[in-house]
Design a protein around this ligand. Sequence first.
Ligand code: ATP
Length: 238
Amino acid sequence: MTALLEVEDLRVAYGKIEAVKGISFSVEAGEAVTLIGTNGAGKTTTLRTLSGLLKPLAGKITFDGAPLNGVPAHKIVERGLAHSPEGRRLFPRLTIAENLQLGAFLRKDTAGIDADIQRVYDLFPILGERRKQASGTLSGGEQQMLAMGRALMSRPKLLMLDEPSMGLSPIMMQKIMETIRELRSQGTTILLVEQNAQAALSLADQGHVMEIGRIVLSGSGPSLLHDESVRKAYLGED
Ligand code: ATP
């Protein structure tokens, strides 16, 4: 089976500093894959490169059977790769409903867009209740829900989530992780970047541990969750 996303020997640099030093991994359709690792490991850089926001130094990216190298960011969204970025990047003065509409900016099927907005409200009822509220006034957890909802509005083949649990209370984090699990069980393919290794590995089919620009360990979610070195380094056990 060919993978939905195939990353081969990807290298990305900021000037002379190489942040991603030759990583390879793939994501099969229907699976949830996570990249974990500490600050500065290169996880965000990897997602930004896949989205076309950064240009790779070297390496090959293949998505849905065709190369992504050199494809502009808006075309990448059109091809079916959506990104819910670190820090959420919502339009704070616009309402929830308007932010969701913007997530569908490439689409013209009004009825389908309305149905998908409703689907986001079903997934996150609080967003439906507050649909006319400016997104800048939402709590961190609500903003994260909206960022995920907005990414879903492009009906992606692959949904990339950058640190959805960042800054959230344990209860809110649990809610977000449950929703990711639900999306996965509905058939959405997910690439999840997380510092919360426990949460990410608990729901992932495959995981990759990144350290200073390299993948140092790969395995199934459960096997990494039980791996002694992962438990020591990332799950706070001695
Ligand atoms: P975090 O969870 O803190 O975002 P990360 O694993 O996502 O960590 P990246 O944000 O990809 O890591 O950063 C990888 C390396 O690239 C770090 O050393 C970082 O300082 C560097 N870096 C990131 N963005 C830039 C930039 N715009 N200019 C220069 N260096 C950068």
